[in-house]
Design a protein around this ligand. Structure first.
Ligand code: NAD
Ligand code: UDP
Length: 311
């Protein structure tokens, strides 16, 4: 059945893939964005569709729309961008959540929150399961993002309990793929751009910290499956690829796949940078029948081709 779907942050990396997927499934899509890190270029190819609307709006302000479902993705996700204006980042997470939950309550829409593995902070439990409460520094440089997202989860949960708003909480682990910007600052885009340009690959710290990288198509599939799951299942649920790699291994893989002459250089490790991260996806498998399908090598090659085509 055709549904009217609002995607906040729809012109960003994940949002643009989600808008495309929802349009392909035959829904009416409203993409809302303030273009802080998102770009019109990401959704340019969708503008011809009569079922797609692009709205410039900041989620810290209320908005009235008639929709059936809301995917709340608005929030910068890269550390350099979310640390650029920490107060704005907290406002986006917290006031954005309040405004979108208020809208969902008024129009009786189902609402999904794009939460994050950063909820777990620098985790002391490995791999991370949804029942782990996390290890977050509340006043560190990452706090504006981590605590903003934690508070958003609290708001979602409270609106669900108090007002019976149908909610879905998705904890997304590091995702990469086409439509990331070259200056996004996240590790996969940084390394690919550096490798393609023959520049030094900037490893922060010794590169022993780990991350688990999920290709965007897989993450979006998990997101849509969660939205479509029975109302009783609200999450939180981890979506991510359990394949865990050190940052140095990632750099070496990208050099190999791009056949680059780039050298590794070592820079200071940012404060509070998590040392390890790997999702336990048992719950997603059980409740959503979801698991990632794209290997790191396959996903990296697709992403490399995207950045090559943009040069
Ligand atoms: P992104 O920066 O590419 O996209 C965020 C989008 O939100 C951008 O289009 C930006 O312009 C928009 N935005 C920011 N502040 C806004 C505001 N106040 N009002 C309206 N729009 C605003 O990042 P992304 O990787 O696409 O992330 C999307 C969502 O998924 C974020 O909420 C992020 O926290 C979450 N997430 C992403 C990852 C990942 O690895 N990509 C991991 C965990 C969680
Ligand atoms: N990183 C790095 N070089 C870069 C960018 C990032 O070594 O040019 C490291 C960063 O310190 C972190 C990991 O890669 O340990 C992932 O960083 P990213 O910003 O992509 O995501 P997050 O830290 O939020 O998981």
């Amino acid at each position: 059945m055709r549904r009217r779907v609002l995607v906040t942050g729809g012109a960003g990396f994940l949002g643009s893939h989600l808008c495309e997927r929802l349009l392909n499934e035959g829904h009416d899509v409203i993409c809302l964005d303030n273009f802080f890190t998102g770009r019109k270029a990401n959704v340019l190819h969708l503008l011809d569709s009569p079922y797609f609307e692009l709205v410039r709006h900041d989620v810290i302000n209320p908005i009235m729309l008639e929709v059936d479902e809301i995917y709340n993705l608005a929030c910068p996700a890269s550390p350099i961008h979310y640390q650029f204006n920490p107060i704005k980042t907290i406002k986006t997470s917290v006031m954005g959540a309040i405004n979108m939950l208020g809208l969902a309550k008024r129009v009786k829409a189902k609402i999904l929150q794009a939460s994050t593995s950063e909820i777990y902070g620098d985790p002391q439990v490995h791999p991370q399961r949804e029942d782990y409460w996390g290890h977050v520094n509340p006043i560190g440089p990452r706090a504006c993002y981590d605590e903003g997202k934690r508070c958003a989860e609290t708001l979602f949960s409270s609106y669900h309990i108090q007002n019976r708003v149908p909610i879905k909480l998705l904890r997304i682990f590091n995702t990469y793929g086409p439509n990331m910007t070259a200056d996004d600052g996240r590790v996969v885009s940084n390394f690919i751009v550096q490798a393609l340009e023959g520049k030094d690959i900037t490893i922060y710290g010794e590169g022993n910290q780990t991350r688990s990288f999920c290709f965007v198509e897989d993450t979006i599939d998990g997101m849509v499956r969660l939205m479509n799951s029975p109302d009783e299942f609200i999450g939180p649920v981890n979506i991510g690829n359990p394949g865990e790699f050190t940052i140095k291994q990632l750099a070496e893989k990208i050099i190999e796949l791009t056949d680059s002459s780039s050298q590794l250089i070592y820079e200071d490790l940012p404060q509070d940078d998590p040392m390890q991260r790997q999702p336990d996806i048992t719950l997603a498998k059980e409740k959503l029948g979801w698991e990632p399908r794209v290997s790191l090598e396959e996903g990296l090659l697709k992403t490399i081709r995207y950045f090559q085509a943009r040069k």
